[in-house]
Design a protein around this ligand. Structure first.
Ligand code: BGC
Length: 761
């Protein structure tokens, strides 16, 4: 057997050697043939642009500029300044081997036109809409000169403490996979060609970054391979299937090896098993950080990262600083360097940069395509589908004739609309909640409260970023007006109004990178405001701005309505007003579980059963799996969200009670709009493998449809099930569908489902 295999390998290798080379291969062979070792290593080097600041500063003294002039940069990231990018490209072409640069950027939820934050986008469950947002972002970025975006971020997260939960698509691997594909298609298009509106996607963070212990950013991840494959990997894999051109390695370790030098992740899984053919860049300074992980000095970790399959070094100077020495010492081979260099040149070739290094740099396109009326309109439309109505006792929608008190520290905060990771918006102001509401109805405004009682905490949250990056930054005074007088003003305005809209929640630096929290309730100062408003007896709508699930037990009990708008983007205030006043019927549904208390975390709907299970809503009981002071269930389950209309679900039926392993069955349900308004409903299908050779989650999403229904109208929705939907990675890490019973569940969210049994034979 072994002999046969060896023979097979020899034959395959011989065939590959004689197979005609593609035009790209021949082109790159030719270039690499004339590159020096130093220049090849230079291609593996990515530096951030802030060092350049402006085109005029690209001088000999600048450290990055020196590297550029020596041809020792493969790319630059972090600048959306077309003038600067053009200048850099000109220098790159005149230096070293004359290879064009690629220009990367964190284009995360839009570019200059900002869309709702990614977690919000995911709650639309609308893949066309998500693809459209990525396509507009790509068009704008490409018109700025950028040809590589550090998105999509597809890290599954089950722990709301992690600040970066805002950047992903939630907790479910199936939905996450669909979103990953939509984003990649949006950025890169659906064919292999890159036109000038399309850019390279960079899937991040590979892998498992969202599994950070205690939700603390950059923390270690402790997952078995089986759980990683079943619960977390689907979105990364789906992105490869959609043709993603690049991946970014993550900061965390997995199985005791930092991800950026993890051969299992980058080579065995991503390349060998899934067939990824592009290049992998490290996260910022991730190679240098491997030294802190306790793996070795910069030379050692750089050599190990390269050998493990990491092609490009972002900001560590590990590759430029040490690879030549490692080659001399025999720690790496020239083939290791050539392989990585070739992958980066291939990406540049595919982008068409060798044909025209300036094809993305076109001042006319910039003027015509960026931050246009049309894109702004799209941002408003997209934000309509990304607002989750969590509670409504009938107070919503509001009448445009009502007198409205708009209160709260987030009512006039434009940055809170923009949200985290929007540096490419160039500081353009988003429409605030106050602007949106006051354009429609007669309204009064009060700031209402501080952000936090603790001034030090508030200072860090509001100005942490400036303190970290702006030398000599002077912190403006904090709490210069007393909390009592802010509240008194809000209460006075509330008393004169018919209804109060309280705008509370998180400002951008309360979520995102480096912004994990141990307390995920609304901050104390803002809760105090809500209590004072309650005492007025006026109807109260809470507009929640957040980048993560919060525990809202108090607010669920006391508010008349809660509309979770996340950070809704450039047109946020308008889009929220459209929903508040009923011009748009909300349809979004949660893609992350909202816990009752931080102590329940990690909390996610697709958990395993225990040997001593306890119903989600049952009171404390000794010797079963629960806490003494909280029920097991969430406050709002995965998939949950209300509408201004109501939907009724008929029984779930199967086309057959039994399914041969290679066959298929159809699950169907009829959904009727039983209310008085037209609305969209997201119908969800879950499965549960009743007995399997390894334990399986109690529920797993395997399909969803979003339907539009006029009042009184019904839709019959069908889901086809095959062994693919019923398979999982077993203990031996094989993807298998094991014959036996499956529960097939359909419903409006992960909690309220009806089920039927299917037997796979
Ligand atoms: C983040 C990445 C980002 C990179 C470049 C890192 O700190 O983790 O998500 O793409 O910076 O800005």
């Amino acid at each position: 057997m072994k002999k046969n295999l060896t023979l097979l390998f020899v034959l395959v290798a011989a065939f590959a050697a004689c197979a005609p080379k593609s035009e790209m291969d021949r082109f790159i062979d030719e270039i690499m043939g004339r590159m020096t070792l130093e220049q090849k290593i230079g291609q593996l080097n990515l530096r951030s642009a802030p060092g350049f600041i402006s085109a005029e500063r690209v001088t000999e003294e600048d450290e990055n500029a020196k590297l550029l002039r020596r041809g020792l940069l493969g790319g630059i990231y972090g600048s959306g300044n077309p003038e600067l990018l053009r200048k850099c490209q000109e220098i790159a072409l005149e230096s070293g081997a004359g290879i064009p640069l690629i220009f990367g950027m964190d284009v995360i939820h839009g570019h200059e036109t900002v869309f709702p934050v990614p977690l919000a986008l995911s709650t639309s469950w609308n893949m066309d809409l998500i693809e459209r947002s990525a396509r507009i972002a790509a068009t704008e970025a490409a018109a700025t000169g950028i040809n590589w975006v550090f998105s999509p971020m597809v890290d599954i997260c089950r722990d709301a403490r992690w600040g970066r939960i805002v950047e992903g698509g939630g907790e479910d691997p199936y939905l996450g996979g669909e979103i990953a594909k939509a984003m990649v298609y949006g950025y890169q298009g659906r064919d292999a060609e890159f036109d000038t509106d399309e850019v390279l996607a960079c899937v991040k963070h590979f892998a498992l970054y969202g599994g950070a212990e205690a939700g603390r950013d950059y923390n270690s991840v402790f997952l078995s391979r089986q759980e990683a494959l079943n619960g977390y990997m689907a979105p990364y894999k789906a992105a490869t299937e959609a043709g993603a051109a690049s991946y970014m390695s993550s900061f965390n370790e997995f199985e005791g090896i930092p991800a950026s030098m993890n051969r299992y992740l980058m080579q065995e899984l991503l390349r060998d098993s899934w067939g990824f053919k592009g290049f992998i860049v490290s996260d910022a300074t991730a190679i240098a950080e491997e030294v802190n992980h306790g793996i070795g000095d910069l030379q050692e970790v750089s050599a190990r990262s390269l050998k493990a399959g990491l092609d490009m070094d972002m900001n560590s100077d590990g590759y430029t600083g040490t690879l030549e020495q490692s080659l001399k010492e025999g720690r790496i081979s020239e083939a290791d360097i050539n392989r990585a260099c070739r992958r980066i040149l291939e990406a540049k070739y595919k982008l068409g940069l060798f044909e025209d290094p300036f094809r993305y740099l076109d001042a006319e396109r910039y003027a015509a395509k960026v931050y246009t009326e049309e894109n702004r309109a799209a941002a408003r439309e997209i934000a309509h589908e990304c607002q989750v109505l969590l509670k409504n006792n009938g107070v919503l929608p509001l009448s445009k004739d009502a007198r409205i008190a708009v209160v709260g520290p987030l009512a006039q905060d434009a940055m809170a609309m923009t949200g985290t990771w929007a540096m490419s918006s160039h500081g353009r102001e988003s429409v605030t909640l106050w602007q949106g509401i006051s354009e429609v109805a007669s309204a009064s405004y009060a700031e209402g409260s501080w952000l936090f009682d603790d001034a030090h905490l508030e200072e860090n949250v509001r100005y942490g970023l400036y303190k970290a990056f702006v030398p000599g930054f002077q912190v403006p005074p904090i709490h210069s007006v007393s909390q009592q007088s802010l509240i008194a003003d809000a209460v006075a305005k509330a008393r004169k109004a018919d209804v109060v809209v309280a705008c509370v929640g998180e400002v951008p630096n309360m979520n995102g990178e480096g912004s994990s929290r141990t307390d995920i309730s609304l901050p104390d100062a803002q809760r105090e405001l809500l209590k004072a408003l309650k005492a007025t007896g006026k109807p109260r709508v809470m507009v929640l701005v957040t980048g993560r699930p919060l525990s809202l037990v108090e607010e669920e009990a006391s508010m008349d309505a809660i509309l979770n708008v996340w950070s809704p983007g450039s047109e946020g205030g308008h889009a929220v007003a459209d929903v508040l006043f009923g011009d748009v019927n909300p349809s979004a549904k949660l893609t992350t579980t909202f816990p009752r208390s931080v102590g329940q975390l990690p909390l996610y709907y697709n958990h395993k059963n225990t040997g001593r299970p306890h119903p989600d809503d049952a009171d404390y009981k000794k010797f079963v799996s629960c806490h003494i002071d909280e029920i097991n269930g969430p406050l709002y389950p995965f998939g949950y969200g209300l509408s201004y209309t109501t939907f009724e679900y008929g029984p779930v039926t199967l086309s057959a009670a039994e399914m041969p392993l290679d066959g298929s069955v159809t699950a169907s349900v009829t959904v009727t709009n039983t209310g008085t308004r037209a609305g969209d409903e997201i119908i969800q299908l879950y499965i549960h493998d009743i007995y399997a050779t390894s334990t399986c989650p109690v529920k797993e999403l395997k399909g969803f449809r979003k339907v539009h229904l006029e009042p009184g109208a019904s839709a019959r929705v069908e889901f086809e099930l095959t062994k693919e939907e019923l398979s999982y990675y077993n203990h031996d890490l094989q993807w298998v569908c094991e014959p036996g019973g499956f529960e097939i569940m359909v419903g409006p969210n992960s909690r309220d489902t009806e089920s039927v049994t299917l037997t796979v034979i």
